[in-house]
Write a protein that binds this ligand. Structure first.
Ligand code: SER
Length: 321
């Protein structure tokens, strides 16, 4: 992995991954792409940036050729709640975009990464210690595209020899870019509202357990998996990974260690609650640990401390607590 093209570079993961990759591999060795350009955004201003609609295969191929990249990290996709609102669009972007990215990788013999998700599981999947290899019958369009994506990536490896790799991310929590349209977003929103108002109204109900991870661990996992010795990878795509599992009450309790008067109330959104109810409570991550040494640094307590501290700085005058 020496020269990397990133799609969806202005999204939730890309906004931070691009900076990390530029630090590790050099500013001129990361080609950030997105369907939009944001003036002044570090992703667009501190290195190579190209406008790219991942549905435009010819331009995708041309950019990869022009910069002679050896790796594609394909992040452009719609998240679960948006995908439920616009299922046809989600299919187009999540699947056709992925096929284009895989075709570019096949054509130019590139290493390939794309994330799957806890959304690739469904109500019939075992909910606790969800195994790496298990039943996957998701009931959301997001999940349908994620399972199809996992299978496609496996197919491109076995059929065409493309070095495809991937993880099933849990909910990702960060203080840089907002997720925008996911089901696990409540676990990000709660921090913004804690710092601004010392209270939060959750759209996910009490008792709903979901896997989560702090963004620095997610970024490190991508780098570690991509740098891992290929001969040790049995699964390649869609490794279960997670750092913690909690419900709204548990994250609120962790926030109360810093903000004792923090108040949590509920106004459950039935659409996102149904999505959350169809996902696992906690994943088994043994395969990722054994095959490429996955390990998260942040547990709930460490993440809460860091999130609150960083958001107080980021939100400036808006931060009242
Ligand atoms: N965080 C994502 C979502 O909620 C799950 O992959 O859509």
């Amino acid at each position: 992995m020496k020269k990397i093209l990133v799609t969806g570079a202005l999204g939730q993961i890309g906004s931070e991954l691009v900076g990390k990759l530029r630090e590790i591999y050099g500013q001129d060795n990361v080609v950030a792409t997105d369907i939009r350009q944001v003036e002044g955004h570090p992703v667009c201003e501190t290195g190579i940036f190209e406008l790219l609609d991942v549905l435009d295969y010819e331009r995708f191929l041309a950019i990869a050729r022009q910069y002679e990249v050896d790796t594609v990290m394909h992040l452009a996709a719609l998240l679960s709640a948006v995908a439920e609102a616009k299922p046809q669009l989600a299919w187009d972007i999540n699947m056709d975009g992925l096929v284009n990215a895989l075709e570019v990788a096949r054509e130019l013999n590139l290493q390939f990464f794309t994330p799957s998700s806890i959304g690739a599981f469904g109500p019939s999947t075992p909910k606790d210690a969800t195994p790496q290899d298990t039943l996957q019958r998701p009931t959301t369009m997001y999940g349908v595209t994620k399972v199809s994506g996992e299978l496609l990536c496996d197919y491109y490896h076995t059929r065409f020899g493309v070095d495809t790799r991937g993880v099933r991310f849990p909910g990702l929590i960060s203080n840089v870019a907002l997720p925008g349209g996911g089901t696990t977003d409540y676990a990000v929103d709660i921090f913004y509202q804690a710092v601004k108002a010392n209270q939060y109204e959750s759209f996910i109900g009490a008792g709903t357990q979901m896997d989560m991870m702090y963004m620095p661990d997610a970024l490190q996992a991508i780098v570690d998996l991509m740098e891992a010795d290929e001969s040790k990878l049995v699964h390649r795509n869609a490794f279960n990974i997670t750092a913690m599992s909690f419900d709204p009450e548990e994250i609120a309790a962790a926030i109360r260690k810093e903000l004792p008067d923090f108040k949590l109330t509920y106004k459950v959104d039935p659409v996102r609650q149904a999505i959350a109810d169809s996902w696992p409570n906690s994943l088994d991550i043994t395969a990722a640990q054994e095959e490429w040494g996955f390990k998260a640094q942040y547990d709930l307590e460490a993440m809460v401390k860091d999130m609150l501290a960083k958001l107080r700085v980021k939100l400036g005058d808006e931060a009242k607590y």
